[in-house]
Design a binder for this molecule. Sequence first.
Ligand code: GLY
Ligand code: MN
Ligand code: MN
Length: 494
Amino acid sequence: MANIGREELAGAHDASVPKAFADLMTQGWRERDVDTTPVPHATHLARRRARLSTAFPGETLVVPTGAVRWRTFGAPYPFRAGSDLLWLTGDHDPDSVLVLHPTATGHDAVLYVRPRSDPSSGLQYLDRVDGEVWHGRRLSPAEKELRLQVPTAPLADLPGAIGAVVAARRAVRVLRGYDAGIDTALLPVTPDNAERDALLASVLSELRLVKDEWELAQLQDAVDATVLGFEDVARRLAPDVPTPERLVDGAFAWRARVNGNAVGYSSVVGGGERTAILHWAHNDGVVRPGQTLLLDMGVENDHGYTADVTRVLPVSGTFGTAQRDVYDIVYASRCAGLAAVAPGVAFREVQLTCMRVLAEGLSALGILPGSVDEAMDPERTTYRRWTLHGFGHMLGLDVHDCGHARPEAYGDGVLAENHVLTMEPGLYLQPHDELVPAELRGIGVRIEDDVLVTATGNQVLSAALPTRADEVERWLADQRQAGPRAPSRDDVVG
Ligand code: GLY
Ligand code: MN
Ligand code: MN
């Protein structure tokens, strides 16, 4: 639950609780209805649990979601469910633990959940840690069972269930790093189990690599909201007066909260030479006429799927010569990379394809020392001073999705139908880089799209946002002509 003690969560500003008040709080509360309709993806959730079951016959599997983190007395950080538990159960609440108990033919799933506050104790109303009047009506285990279509039990039953497994010395694997109570007390991490547990994390990541049909719809939903957010930003970006990066960051965040849950990661909004800072997230600069603005932003939708999109906009309306030269190299790399993305193609091949185009461009700009072939030599890779990161990564419930997959299934593996990944080559010419001609210093360009691997090639989920330089200029002009709008769930792309 909380990561600091309950007594520490009481603030010095809290009033004392006289008995008459506490007594009065225990009475006269009417039960309220709650939606227990099964979630639309219940069959997908069950199918995912079945796939995990098949990977570990006869073993107990423990997948926690994690706890609320407290920023200070009574003030929690927003809770985001652990992605593996969310993928297996659809449960967004803190503290839940999914256990797959082995049977003769597979596993029985049980989701251990925090029960409701007990209204007869008054705690429900007085406890700021889990009181429902502070945080909202929770589902009881029975209600959650109906909604998520998975058997549930109260969290208090978990120690007994795990204790029985441990006492019988049966095989168990735990997804580590989410629940301190499990990792330190219930099933402590030991040198003996570290490797076994790591395999559970790897298999979960690998199962999540291939998206099911419902997940693909969620990703498109997140991308569509993100496109709207980019449009919102373009409509507020004045061509002829300085614009604070925070204004842009805030305009996108407004869209993310209206059409989704939140931003999927800290928005990167960098103007001028901050375009060359990969994960600039302070966003406290000002972008000025004549400069470019790099926007790396993604909406996380209501089901936890995130987009990850980057565009570079010429604030005044058209790219300057040097800006355009660098932009066109990155655009060529992006197009070459997209042409390579298809099932059966090695992830590394896409990487090499994109990087060679960037290296050739760096050479043409007079930046690259030596030949392109020398720079591309795996023993040298000198071009990386200006490319800094790979062509892309898997995308899904996490912006850098499936991060525990084994190398042979991801970076050293091949692409497969229904993988979703980013295509995001970039060039970053730092303002203090003396190997770069003065007129090119401080120019950073990344073009990032979200791409579905199809049976025969790929589909760009973020294609509604143009990428070719002249099309970006035209789109920016069109957005400006349309004018600012307040975000609404009814908005449609375009
Ligand atoms: N926004 C993080 C990334 O592009 O990987
Ligand atoms: Mn990315
Ligand atoms: Mn990004």
